[in-house]
Design a protein around this ligand. Structure first.
Ligand code: AMP
Ligand code: MG
Length: 332
């Protein structure tokens, strides 16, 4: 089955054609990073206008590059939420128009589930996602630990009560005068820093919940007190990254242990972080479940927003088109 996936929920206009939920036939992305970089974050009105400028030619070029005709496409999958409403509307209108004009099935995709399905992209069948599993979804907009029994039965075991992990990376990067989006820049800088120099606070919140606003403020106060010019930026980046990744890895592994579920999946932009990946294995070893757990992670270029993950979800967990703002039930 060939699915055309369309992603326009934030600052990437991305389109892909994927076969049977894993094999990428063709993909094209227009990233707006350069446009938003001067503002230090995404400006929704500008993002929506850029989507309008690029969506048509990306879709047509994607089909052309794949040497396919519209009659070859079995399904169109588009992200319906969560995301910036004005940006989502651009992708949704393009998808609805194509579906209506060409009589191709249209399905709705939850952006968060699409991030999870990115785990199947370019993988071998033996490594495909298998329900059920515990998932850490850490992106620019969300940070959650989920228990996924199947794609219709998802429970939130914990989530951030304020900022997402990605947002914390982006805001701290801005304080360090690093470009947007900050995650990859902090990770690179952290490689040359000493992660034990700065003792940063860990929030006391629910068992599997997160809070990163206190950590962000602690970094800000440190910079205000000492002056950025007097601080070793690499040490600060390493200490900050360590604080965020410890928190994520620690709670993920504890959730796995508590729920007796040793299949772990990570997803979202922050899951590209190598220190996070390392720490997840380290924590599992510390709790003596290193041998038991099976960790799946997307290939690095499919961690952040992309159309291929939407097409993968269009194969694996399509939903009928309606209002879906990505709400699932919280575990009791
Ligand atoms: P997404 O919302 O899934 O597209 O992911 C974007 C977010 O992931 C942004 O907040 C980035 O700063 C963050 N991010 C991307 N790569 C990394 C990385 N290597 N380490 C930490 N955060 C990252
Ligand atoms: Mg995303």
């Amino acid at each position: 089955m060939l699915v055309l996936g369309i992603e326009s929920s934030c600052d990437e206009t991305s389109v892909a054609i994927v076969e049977n939920g894993h094999k990428i036939i063709s993909e094209l992305t227009h990233s707006q990073i350069a446009t938003h970089q001067v503002y230090g974050g995404v400006v929704p009105e500008i993002a929506a206008r850029e989507h309008v400028l690029h969506i048509d030619h990306l879709i047509w070029s994607c089909l052309k590059n794949a040497n396919l005709n519209w009659s070859d496409i079995n399904r169109i999958a588009v992200v319906n939420g969560p995301g910036l409403v004005s940006s989502l509307l651009v992708g949704i209108n393009a998808a609805k128009t194509l579906s209506w004009a060409l009589n191709i099935e249209l399905v709705s995709i939850n952006h968060l589930k699409a991030h999870i399905c990115a785990n199947n992209l370019n993988k071998n069948p033996k490594d495909f996602l298998q329900e059920s599993f515990i998932c850490l979804l850490a992106s620019g907009g969300h940070t959650q630990i989920l228990q996924i029994n199947n794609y219709q039965d998802i429970k939130i075991l914990g989530q951030t009560i304020d900022d997402s992990a990605g947002e914390a990376f982006d805001k701290v990067a801005r304080m360090l005068n690093l470009p947007y989006p900050g995650g990859p820049h902090i990770e690179t800088l952290a490689k040359t820093g000493n992660k034990t120099i700065f003792k940063l606070p860990r929030a006391k919140v629910g068992e599997f919940d997160f809070s990163f606003s206190g950590l962000k403020t602690a970094v800000l106060r440190l910079i205000e007190k000492t002056g950025l010019e007097n601080l070793n930026k690499a040490d600060l980046a390493a200490s900050f990254q360590e604080a965020v990744c410890h928190e994520l890895a620690d709670k993920l592994i504890k959730a796995s242990l508590k729920n007796n579920c040793f299949d772990i999946v990570i997803a979202g932009g922050v899951s590209a972080n190598q220190r996070l990946r390392e720490l997840i294995s380290e924590k599992a070893n510390e709790l003596n479940i290193g041998q038991k757990i099976n960790i799946k992670a997307p290939f690095l270029n499919y961690c952040t927003d992309n159309g291929a993950m939407v097409a993968a979800a269009g194969y694996l967990c399509p939903e009928s088109f309606g209002l879906d703002f990505g709400v699932y039930s919280r575990a009791k």
